[in-house]
Design a protein around this ligand. Structure first.
Ligand code: ADP
Ligand code: MG
Length: 359
């Protein structure tokens, strides 16, 4: 359905896309992930002709859309795009937001447009909001209206550029649920997202973008569980982990606790797991004799759902696992009861304690 050949885009001296070639079939759901500034938005904008590629070719249903003779409005109509900011018309009701395009651009009759809009609002769970104005809606509801408005133009492909990035965490899932439903109904979609769980369970293929190319692509299992290339691996590891640096005993305990909580929420860990993480980190920090240059890190494995905690600190070797090494053995007992596979090693002047949190 979409064929991209040697697509390049430069902004002055900045080469954002380099020779990207890829095919996307009808019904595929592609999630594009990767660090920011790697050209994900530019890629979508080139597809949608919002940006003019420097070189290369794009075919939609075998039509070369970068050709001079291409009917640009018609191509855009085939491709709906949903942005981070919803861009609804503030002076129109929700229903009118959905009908204005079909009436003005597709020449649809008002009654037909109204009926179609009502169906779409039902699909995104907002039938009862037809006569309200965008201002009266929450961010999540606005984004669902924006998706319905796109669908009203009967696109063949939907492009999403970080559709949930501007939303409060509580509203993210309602928008993702709508996108997931469209995926189930066979809509062809390309979604730039930072929501990894969503990418994993909704996309048929993942594109990891870096260095101006699709650096690695594969099924969600391949990319998340078994990435082949260095940068993909580093990225996947980074999004699953939390690193907290402590420079002195006067560190901000509440900030640390808040980060730990956010980590648990992000990975939807159980109450038991988050209680254990809070307790173990407190005890692990409690048994430290030297807080200068201490790093606490947590990493979550999507494969087995386990959480590993590593505490590294500078200073003379002190093995907390040795009998009598600590003045207070109670802390160690607590740590041992709430974790498995505790290991200690001393490397390059650093004490490294690694443990698996019971989850
Ligand atoms: P991503 O969506 O992956 O974060 P973008 O595609 O937005 O990345 O941007 C890629 C690079 O291109 C960035 O360095 C950005 O600053 C640059 N860029 C994007 N749009 C423009 C523009 N219109 N003019 C100049 N530079 C741009
Ligand atoms: Mg972007």
């Amino acid at each position: 359905m979409i064929k991209i050949r040697n697509l390049s885009k430069r902004f002055g001296d900045l080469e954002v896309l380099r020779d990207v070639s890829v095919d996307i079939k009808k019904g595929e759901v592609i999630a594009i992930i990767g660090p920011s500034g790697t050209g994900k938005s530019t890629f979508l904008r080139c597809l949608n002709l919002l940006e003019n590629p420097t070189s290369g070719a794009i075919y939609i249903d075998d039509i070369p859309i970068l050709d001079k003779n291409t009917d640009v409005p018609k191509i855009r109509q085939k491709m709906g795009m949903v942005f981070q900011s919803f861009n609804l018309y503030a002076h129109l009701t929700v229903l009118e937001n959905l009908t204005i395009g079909p009436i003005k651009l597709l020449g649809m009759k008002k009654s037909e447009a109204n009926q179609k809009a009502a169906e779409l609002l039902k699909l995104v769970g907002l039938a009862e909001k037809a006569y309200t104005f965008p201002d009266e809606l929450s961010g999540g509801q606005k984004q669902r209206v924006a998706i319905a408005r796109c669908m009203a133009m009967e696109p063949e492909i939907l492009l999403f550029d970080e559709p949930t990035s501007a939303l409060d965490p509580t509203m993210i899932s309602e928008v993702l649920a709508v996108i997931r439903r469209l995926a189930r109904e066979g809509m062809t979609m390309i979604i730039v997202t930072h929501e990894m769980e969503f990418a994993r369970n909704t996309a048929s293929r993942i594109f990891y973008m870096d260095e101006g190319i699709i650096y690695e692509e594969g099924t969600p299992q391949q990319i998340f569980d078994n990435p082949q290339k260095e940068k993909t691996r580093a990225f996947i590891h980074r999004i699953r982990s939390l690193n907290y640096h402590i420079a002195s005993p006067d560190y901000d305990l509440y900030a640390l606790q808040a980060e730990l909580e956010a980590f648990c929420e992000k990975h939807m860990l159980s109450k038991k797991a988050s209680d254990n993480i809070a307790l173990i980190s407190e005890e692990v920090l409690g048994i430290q004799s030297n807080y200068s240059n201490l790093d606490l890190s947590l990493s979550y494995s999507e494969k087995d759902g386990g959480v590993e905690m590593v505490c590294e600190s500078e200073g003379n070797p002190v093995n907390p696992l040795e009998e009598g090494a600590l003045e207070d053995d109670l802390g160690l007992m607590l740590i041992k009861s709430r974790s498995d596979n505790i290991e200690y090693k001393y490397e390059n002047g650093r004490n490294i304690l690694t443990l698996g949190v019971k989850v």
